[in-house]
Design a protein around this ligand. Sequence first.
Ligand code: ADP
Length: 538
Amino acid sequence: MMQSTMQDWPLTITALFRHGARVYADSSVATFEDDGVRRASFAQVAERVERLAAALQRLGIEPGDRVATFCWNTQEHLEAYLAVPSMGAVLHALNLRLFPEQLAFVINHAGDKVIIVDDSLAPLLAKVKDQLKTVEHLIIVGDGEAAELGDGCLRYEELLAAEQPGFVWPEIDERSAAAMCYTTGTTGDPKGVVYSHRSEYLHALTECSSSALGISERDRILPIAPMFHANAWGLPYSGWLAGADFLMPGRFLQAEPLCRMIKAERPTFAGAVPTIWGEILRYADANEVDLRSLRMVMCGGASVPRALVEKLEERHGVRITQAWGMTETSPMASIACPPKSCQPHEEIDWRLKSGRIVPGVELRIVDDGKVLDWDGQTVGEIQVRGPWITARYHGADYPDRFDEGWLRTGDVGTVDARGYIQITDRTKDVIKSGGEWISSVELENEIMAHPHVIEAAVIGVPDERWDERPLACVVLNENSATTPDELCAFLESRVARWWVPERWTFIPEIPKTSVGKFDKKVLRARREAGALEIVHVQ
Ligand code: ADP
């Protein structure tokens, strides 16, 4: 084969970091704190990134070593995202909401040597401190006491102050590890995914392209999804590469402060799971807000209910675009940007698709070992491959998750001729009634379209006649007296008759996972334990 004449220049986070630092020195990072907003320019952040790398090197961190973070979304967290991979080490953002056993498991499994921890989170980390086998240093961000972590902790600001800017970055192989993230364990034990420099770089470029998020210097990004969830949705790297301003919400993740931030700081782009937007909608309906600065709201991690999107748009001018991806896909695999032929009144239907596959990711849909057509009808498992799709898990074998170089996503759905995906379920959540599939996702969305329903999750339960039937778990508005019969009548015109559940339970809240998704594992366990009061409708 003929050789190209191009330079073999590695795609690294170091290169991405240098670009943002040099070209967008004036772009800014704002962090929300108890007593106001702290701001820094990219130039100032870049200098601190260099000092952080020097400090970590002085502590003995070498290429390949894991440096963990246990932090909210803040400027310092962004600094770690940039410094750790750029010096050849591996960033591991820890999920603040894991149960202590799971947290200790992932820290030990990853072999983290250092943990950078926010002072406000010291009590949480302290719960697992005695179980940690590989951690040599704890570095506290902020000047809070952090006494729970004992003596011997280091202080982030003191470490930075003791160093000089101008760190000499090493040469890095683009295929080496840059960062790692564990799945949240929605459907099993947390599994580790290790991103490479090359995968992060290409993923960031794609997020910046107008075929995906179109992130640019004109954007002000509000990353609401925690930076430990699915590689921070790639935003630290795409935003830095493009010179977008960052608005870091810190620990103020409730609807009220978020709405205040949006009004005051006018972000153009935000990303969060549907439950957060549900809370924002309820707050916005009852209070004076201004959310109109947002040009694009990326919403994913779970199916986005139509009612939520319509109400946010009609009442508050917020345009949600659904995305589908996973920790294993870095996570940008698809985003539901409408096609060029789309008429204005159809727009919302397109933005409600699970997503359109982005350039760089290949997809196939498989049922019973057979690769299906892209006809928008036939349901099968979605499988993907590409330069930012994981090829294996860290330190564990899960051969059943891969097939001939494709990642088996465990999501089932359809794909149409233009690459628009519609997820109907997770393999573990599907309901098979009398040999036919009922989409729990679609049923939930239709129940949530009822004006008195706040949240709804549907799980399969054993049934003598049909093998399995749906159980609807519903959260009603505070003063609503809506009955199961009324909800059934509402559903009759919206879904196939045989989908309408006979079993209903009303609960005060749907249990959520550590990243705010409906936790069906918990609902199933509650039902099995007889802890749900179930009403039967004929
Ligand atoms: P976990 O696997 O622990 O839940 P992830 O956040 O990586 O952690 O989850 C990825 C999964 O989230 C996908 O496999 C899919 O089931 C679900 N998901 C993500 N986006 C969507 C979406 N737009 N619609 C439906 N499900 C989604």
